[in-house]
Design a protein around this ligand. Structure first.
Ligand SMILES: *[C@@H]1O[C@H](CO)[C@@H](O)[C@H](O)[C@H]1NC(C)=O
Ligand SMILES: *[C@@H]1O[C@H](CO)[C@@H](O)[C@H](O)[C@H]1NC(C)=O
Ligand SMILES: *[C@@H]1O[C@H](CO)[C@@H](O)[C@H](O)[C@H]1NC(C)=O
Length: 731
């Protein structure tokens, strides 16, 4: 075969030399100018523009800054677009070798550049090619006038994109007078359906989505594909890879979701490639030059762990004199927490504005006012925070600011759950729908910045965008405040990003939070385990579980562990004192199954205060692992305990407890206050070993076998009150 191939190649070279192939070729290859009409520079436009820059496309924008007179894009209108083209394209009408490509811009993205466009256009053998779609709009009666197409092809003209030679394009847009309010799509449709004009201008429709892909009614036919660091859209119905992807009609959220990936935004092999675009650099900015921020907090329902919420706001790594505080709370329940917070921050921030329940200001109004407050203060950023958002990573504010997006939220979710602060998609009524990539994002399988239709709980909004968002929270009074806000942002084509590039915190579960107790969080171990743990478990708890750590053993087979925090001890004692129904320390005890207690104490059982379930859970989650470490080979999961009670020793009440065995496999005993300070005396003596623990440590637990070996007594408390918490585990 060699000689044959060789001769073919030689022939080609010959031909090329003869007609000056390469030079000729580049002469005949047209130039390409992309044009669009945009009156506002919103985020949709910026995304569009970025894609033209990425692919090196020449772009001319007409109408920027003028008042749009073409109606809303959702209804008939758009004649203004045609008129702006007419006005601006005249200058190009005599350029023979120039292709003009018109596209919409707020909802369109390019996925490739000039060469690909020219190649595809050349195949049409046409002077003007229009985008096409499956539905006819706005005049359905014109359907029968349309040429037939093959089954997998699109039959009807869409005016969101067309490409053609400058002369024909100009003739087309100036063919007839058109009112600004009249419909551009109808205008072009009538031209296309006019057989004479169609032939004269060699007009065709892009029925196979070679160049233009309209997504309305077509989401099911496209998939995102990757090739190394490249991403593109593939149409499985037509087998093409369209270049101008248009989120026409009501599919904007889906379009923006797809746009997260297109133009190589995110690919499987490289992850997010646009995440570091436009990054602000704050590294060398002095505190005094940092941007100003209004932090607006909203406490609209009784929220567990609000103290921690406030605390974490004050811990944000950001100069406080650049932050103004705004707080709206609408539940009296939190008055004390708010008061404490205000005391804590006194003098730390330049200004603090609090709107309390007595001001009778609803959530929506309070949120609108926060926007006004920020505008009035000429702030550079507004950070809105709902009370359910626990920001555990203090770099949050800086991280979000440097991302330089109009609106950005950190991904927050309920720990271990799929419930988060964003929606990947909307259903027809504008409420939650799960997007294809929702799971990947909440589970951090895909990491990046995600343009989504709804975010809540924590939002950083650029001050310069706020004037567009005035009254956003009441924009649609039929919706919740945050839904109304997001709808407004979508209307203004301001993108809302959720970022999962880092872990910044989580959401607490506040629904149905029971506030009937003194310290309600004590009861909240099931719904908010993470926060419960961080408030109530001793900070060195997990040290005991490390492999090489030796556990203290103050008496034979009596082990000692840090287990609960000071806060736990204080709130727990206060809660039980608040309940107040201490037993009389008599042998007769109606709370017990047999009605008789051999070694009675002055106590309160957990089931009396509604803490039994929580306590058993605590035993299983926190005590059992310690037991398994020191008494190896004994497994009982979950541990069982019928007797869980707090004991009170006082000189004038019950000062001590005579020697006894416990009805347990093992017993735990947690010291809830401090010897030598809160009380004198006290302690526990193990008779068999003549070994006493007289200096129990608050928040520490000791654990010992129950029957047989560890006969023990409670030593006399001589002053003050001593509290301990006891469980007889696995009786
Ligand atoms: C921040 O984003 C805007 C677009 O919204 C862009 O014009 C600007 O250049 C960006 N800043 C930096 C430092 O990249
Ligand atoms: C935890 O352990 C560290 C190191 O031993 C100690 O400094 C700290 O005080 C302990 N925390 C508490 C609450 O006891
Ligand atoms: C028990 O210990 C105490 C002090 O540690 C000691 O004074 C006492 O004599 C011991 N009793 C017995 C019976 O060994």
């Amino acid at each position: 075969m060699w000689p044959h191939t060789f001769s073919l190649a030689a022939l080609l070279i010959l031909v090329c030399v003869h007609v000056a192939c390469s030079a000729e070729h580049s002469n005949s290859r047209p130039e390409l100018l992309v044009v669009t009409v945009a009156t506002k520079e919103n985020d949709g436009f910026r995304q569009f523009k970025r894609s033209t820059e990425k692919y090196g496309l020449d772009l001319k924008v007409f109408g920027m800054g003028i008042e749009w007179r073409g109606g809303t894009m959702e209804t008939i209108g758009g004649g203004h677009k045609v008129n702006l083209l007419k006005e601006n394209l005249e200058a190009y009408k005599n350029k023979d070798n120039l292709l003009i490509m018109f596209v919409d811009s707020y909802d369109l993205i390019f996925t490739d550049g000039k060469d690909a466009i020219l190649d595809k256009f050349a195949k049409f053998d046409s002077r003007v090619v229009f985008a096409a779609e499956d539905t006819i709009w706005p005049d359905k009666s014109l359907e029968k006038k349309y040429p037939q197409v093959k089954e997998n092809e699109k039959r009807f003209l869409n005016s969101g994109g067309f490409i053609g030679y400058a002369r024909e394009i100009y003739e087309m847009v100036s063919y007839q007078a058109l009112g600004d309010q009249e419909d551009d799509q109808l205008y072009y449709t009538q031209i296309f359906l006019n057989r004479a004009l169609r032939h004269e201008w060699k007009m065709k429709l892009d029925t196979r989505a070679e160049i233009f892909q309209n997504l309305n009614f077509a989401l099911g036919e496209v998939v995102i594909k990757y090739k190394g660091s490249y991403s593109y859209l593939y149409n499985i119905r037509t087998g093409t890879s369209p270049i101008a992807v248009h989120g026409n009609g009501p599919v904007k959220p889906e379009f923006y979701r797809i746009s997260n990936y297109l133009a190589d935004g995110w690919t499987t092999s490289t992850g997010c490639q646009t995440c570091n675009d436009d990054l602000l650099d704050l590294t060398d900015v002095k505190d005094a030059d940092m941007p100003t921020v209004v932090i607006a907090m909203f406490v609209e329902m009784a929220t567990p762990f609000l103290r921690e919420f406030f605390d974490r706001v004050t811990k944000l790594d950001y100069p406080k004199d650049k932050i103004d505080i705004y707080l709206h709370y609408s539940v009296d329940y939190h008055s004390k927490d708010v008061k404490k917070f205000l005391e804590d921050i006194e003098g730390l921030y330049p200004s603090t504005r609090v709107i309390s329940p007595s001001d009778n200001v609803g959530e929506q109004m309070a949120r609108n006012w926060a926007i006004e407050e920020c505008i009035k203060k000429n702030c550079q950023y507004l950070l809105t925070l709902e009370s359910v958002a626990q920001i555990t990573n203090p770099t949050l504010l800086r991280d979000l600011i440097i991302q330089n997006r109009s609106i950005i939220a950190p991904l927050l979710k309920r720990p271990g759950k799929l419930w988060s602060n964003f929606w990947g998609a909307l259903n027809r009524d504008g409420y939650y729908a799960r997007s294809e990539d929702y799971m990947d994002i909440v589970e951090y399988t895909k990491v990046g910045l995600w343009n989504v239709p709804f975010v809540a709980s924590v939002l950083l909004i650029q001050g310069q965008r706020l004037p567009l968002l005035r009254d956003a929270y009441t924009n649609n009074p039929d919706l919740d405040a945050d839904m109304s806000f997001c709808e407004k942002a979508r209307q203004e084509v301001l993108f809302m990003y959720v970022s999962n590039r880092k872990y910044w915190g989580h959401l607490v579960y506040a629904d149905g939070f029971d506030t009937s107790h003194l310290h309600n969080e004590l009861f909240d171990i099931f719904n908010n385990r993470l926060d419960w743990e961080s408030r109530y478990i001793h900070e060195n708890y997990s040290t005991s579980l490390q492999e090489d750590v030796k556990i203290e053993m103050p008496c034979p087979d009596v082990y000692w562990f840090p287990i609960v925090s000071d806060t736990f001890c204080d709130e727990f004692v206060a809660e039980l004192e608040n309940y107040g129904q201490w037993s009389g320390g008599k042998n007769e005890d109606p709370r017990l199954a047999g009605g008789y207690e051999n070694v009675p104490t002055v106590d309160i059982h957990m089931n009396q205060v509604g803490l039994e379930k929580q306590w058993l859970h605590f035993l299983g989650e926190f005590v059992r692992p310690l037991q398994e470490k020191v008494f190896t080979g004994y497994f009982h999961d979950p541990p069982n305990a019928i007797m869980n009670f707090i004991v009170r020793y006082r000189p004038d009440e019950q000062p001590l407890l005579r020697p006894h065995h416990d009805a347990s496999t093992y017993t735990i005993n947690i010291a809830l206050n401090r010897p030598g300070i809160d009380f004198q005396g006290g302690g526990c003596r193990f008779v068999r070993y003549n070994c006493s623990i007289t200096a129990p440590k608050k928040g520490w637990m000791f654990m010992h076998p129950g029957r047989l070996t560890h006969y023990h007594e409670g030593l006399r408390t001589t002053e003050g009150t001593r509290y301990i918490m006891i469980s007889f585990v696995d009786p």
